[in-house]
Write a protein that binds this ligand. Structure first.
Ligand code: ADP
Length: 401
């Protein structure tokens, strides 16, 4: 069975074609600058093949997907003879509101429900839908599955998702915590249980996803019971350019004091804050870590604030879970930053966490493993995330039933 996984953003299309029998990636890549000038498509055979980059006109998502299909079926360089070899397409859909606790086969009704959630994720759900509609136009008979970032967190109880504001906002407008990165938290939690040699239903886990966006999740018996991102992906950890938790009164104060519009404030909190805002250097942790701890005071401050917030959430989720078997680090920073991991886990021996500093220093890119000493009661694991695989597996399961 061959399944195509698509993640359509406003100006990008990430794709991966899986062969589910061998659980392998046949080809993958990324179309960039869709709808802009200078559009390109990267194409790589297999998981680690050489990356070829093609420059071409891609005015919209439909053309982009058609060009990706041309590359996949190319007589010389392609990986399938024709599109008829594809069994289904799985889509990453960012927001399913409280309507979807699981992945689903895409129908008209599902599409309408995704549209109903556009006001929750105005930047993400519309391009996600464009991908679905482009496939409908190109391959009208193929089955499509929606895998939501929010689904995994639908198991949270009201005490974790209700905000301390008048209840009518939840009742009338569904304003509540939804949480994001669910596919990643789900994947690494499952994988952690395998590495621990325990059933997922017996594990208490804290999963830390640190990419450009960052979130922590408390996972009890395989279910999300709390997570740091909220109604939108702005809440929680300090991120590359997003502020995370802060005193909400400050927003009112700054808007008044600096005479900022709603759009300007939105931009400040989402695009100019986080480690970029604090360091005044970069949103990319690599730039702040270069030469650490001697780079600059502001780079150190940004790293310390970033790490302190993660430590705080780990402590909070240990309380929520009443203990913890393992803490899992994943995504760009989580997988690749020994510095952040060492700052966060310093002085956590009271909690039963003892980092093995040598193991932590190893570059884990693409590898997974335990970075604690043998007597550490709580294990700390590095596990590369694989959201695409989860999307492909959910898609296979749904179309097989
Ligand atoms: P996205 O959230 O867009 O999926 P990733 O999970 O790939 O992104 O994470 C991207 C971030 O990972 C970059 O902004 C960078 O800060 C961080 N990163 C990547 N490699 C390293 C590294 N070697 N050391 C520290 N941070 C890294």
């Amino acid at each position: 069975m061959k399944i195509l996984v698509l993640n359509c953003g406003s100006s990008s299309i990430k794709y991966q074609l899986f062969d589910m029998q061998s659980n392998s990636v046949l080809a993958k890549g990324l179309a960039q600058r869709v709808g802009q000038t200078g559009s390109t498509i990267d194409f790589r055979k297999g998981n680690d093949g050489k990356k070829d980059v093609y420059t071409m006109d891609i005015p919209d998502h439909k053309v982009g997907i058609q060009k990706i299909f041309d590359l996949l079926t190319d007589k010389q360089t392609g990986v399938v003879k024709s599109l008829s070899e594809l069994d289904a397409v799985g889509h990453r859909i960012v927001h399913g509101g409280d309507k979807f606790a699981h992945s689903v086969l895409i129908t008209e009704e599902v599409k309408n429900a995704i549209k109903d959630c556009i006001h929750f994720a105005p930047l993400h759900n519309p391009p996600n839908l464009k991908g679905v509609e482009a496939i409908e136009a190109i391959m009208p008979d193929i089955r499509q599955v929606a895998v939501f970032d929010t689904s995994f967190h639908q198991t949270m109880a009201p005490e974790a998702y209700i905000y301390g504001i008048p209840y009518r906002f939840y009742r009338d407008k569904k304003i509540r915590r939804y949480g994001f990165h669910g596919t990643s938290h789900r994947y690494v939690a499952r994988r952690a249980a395998e590495l621990l040699g325990k059933a997922l239903e017996e594990c208490k886990l804290i999963t830390v996803h640190l990419g450009n966006g960052c979130s922590v999740c408390a996972v009890d018996k395989g279910k999300s019971v709390d997570t740091s991102m909220g109604h939108t992906p702005l809440e929680g950890l300090v991120m590359g350019t997003r502020c995370g938790d802060m005193d909400p009164a400050l927003i009112l104060h700054l808007m008044k004091d600096e005479n900022l519009s709603v759009a300007e404030m939105d931009n400040l909190l989402n695009k100019s804050s986080g480690v970029l805002g604090i360091s005044e250097i970069s949103s990319d942790l690599r730039d702040l870590e270069e030469g650490w701890p001697n780079k600059s005071e502001k780079a150190n401050l940004a790293l310390d604030v970033y790490s302190h917030r993660i430590k705080k959430y780990i402590g909070a989720y240990m309380a929520v879970l009443n203990g913890c078997d393992a803490i899992i680090w994943t995504a760009g920073v989580g997988e690749n930053s020994p510095i952040v991991r060492s700052i966060v886990h310093k002085n956590m021996d009271w909690f039963g966490i003892k980092l093995d500093l040598d193991k932590n220093e190893v570059t884990w890119r693409g590898a997974e493993g335990d970075i604690t000493t043998p007597d550490s009661k709580v294990k700390v694991l590095v596990i590369p995330t694989n959201e695409e695989l989860i999307i492909a597996q959910d898609t296979m399961e749904i179309i097989s039933n």
